[in-house]
Ligand binder design. Structure first.
Ligand SMILES: [Zn+2]
Length: 317
């Protein structure tokens, strides 16, 4: 469902209105110190939205430990960026965002990476009729303007499928439900099985795959049906069309919006497409995003640990 940009820009046109919304999502009525957990706080002097803890004496804001941390961009601009990003089902490039917001390319690039972190969904388990399949991302680097030594994942299908040096990604989708994807370096039976164990309620599910050898003998763990691609494309319910559709959606999106993605950042883009797919029927995606994004501490720390140099290296288009 589309997020209404006009409505967002009308309702959240000042820093204060946006701050109030974020505070409400994070703390409800009573502000709580993220450092010691005390709810004895007061407004700190100076910066709007800054609070001081009466117990540990530290100051903080609703931005602390979130994707908004240390931002210099105004919140109304953040909110516009979020709305644009949520509406861009196939992806939004830093160039596009730069044009829409009037920010620099670098700011737009960082903003988009933070928004992807905000899209990382909490662990939930899939069940029901499930399809599992793998896909391969990457290809030869494009010739123009590519720095040396940067592993490039240009989305070029020069060599297809299993046994290539591309990055393998496994995915499980619930029919009419959610999808989960994961970069898996080696598509061994053990690795695929681990993914199933983490992502699926096994007692309550039927798993449909093709006849790839790593899926052999899965029926010891889960009810398992295999599609024979050489005989028939689909036989009634036994098909993997849903997950294959998801892969084309991701690949077309990457090709259309991003052209090339570095190996290292592929997981962030996968998070983005996973979000879009899993929220395709969400009527209040904007709020869902903020609610999800306000609680991404750990992932953000991971993101921050990445050096700025590495980020700018892939920031070309
Ligand atoms: Zn405190």
């Amino acid at each position: 469902m589309a997020t209404n940009l006009i409505e967002i820009s009308k309702n959240y046109n000042t820093q204060l209105k946006c701050l109030k919304l974020l505070e409400n999502i994070r703390w409800g009525k009573v502000v709580k110190c993220p450092n010691c957990g005390s709810n004895e706080t007061r407004n700190a002097k100076g910066e709007m939205g800054r609070h001081a803890c009466r117990k540990c004496l530290k100051t903080f804001s609703v931005f602390s430990d979130t994707i908004f941390e240390d931002t210099r961009l105004s919140l109304p601009k953040w909110f516009m960026a979020i709305a644009i990003f949520l509406n861009g089902k196939g992806g939004v490039s830093a160039k596009e965002l730069q044009r829409s917001l009037g920010t620099t390319y670098k700011t737009s690039y960082y903003l988009l990476m933070r928004l992807r972190v905000g899209m990382l969904l909490p662990e939930t388990k899939l069940h029901g009729i499930l399809e599992m399949d793998e896909s391969y991302f990457g290809g030869k680097p494009r010739k123009r303007n590519l720095p040396d030594n940067v592993p490039i994942l240009a989305r070029v299908d020069n060599k297809r499928g299993r046994g290539t040096k591309k990055i393998s990604v496994a995915g499980i989708v619930e029919r009419k439900g959610s999808v989960k994807v994961k970069v898996i370096e080696k598509l061994s039976k053990r690795n695929l099985l681990n993914m199933i164990k983490n992502a699926v309620i096994e007692d309550d599910s039927v798993l449909i795959t093709d006849e790839f050898k790593s899926y052999k003998n899965l029926s010891e763990y889960i009810e398992h049906l295999q599609v024979n691609h050489s005989k028939a494309y689909s036989k009634g319910l036994t098909h993997t069309n849903t997950i294959e559709g998801f892969w084309s959606y991701v690949k077309n999106g990457i090709k259309g919006s991003y052209k090339a993605i570095s190996r290292k950042y592929l997981p962030f883009y996968l998070i983005e497409y996973e979000w879009h797919y899993n929220h395709r029927n969400d009527n209040s995606q904007f709020m869902s995003f903020l609610k999800n994004a306000m609680f991404q501490e750990k992932e953000l720390l991971y993101w921050k640990a990445e050096s700025k140099e590495q980020v700018t290296k892939v920031a070309y288009d």
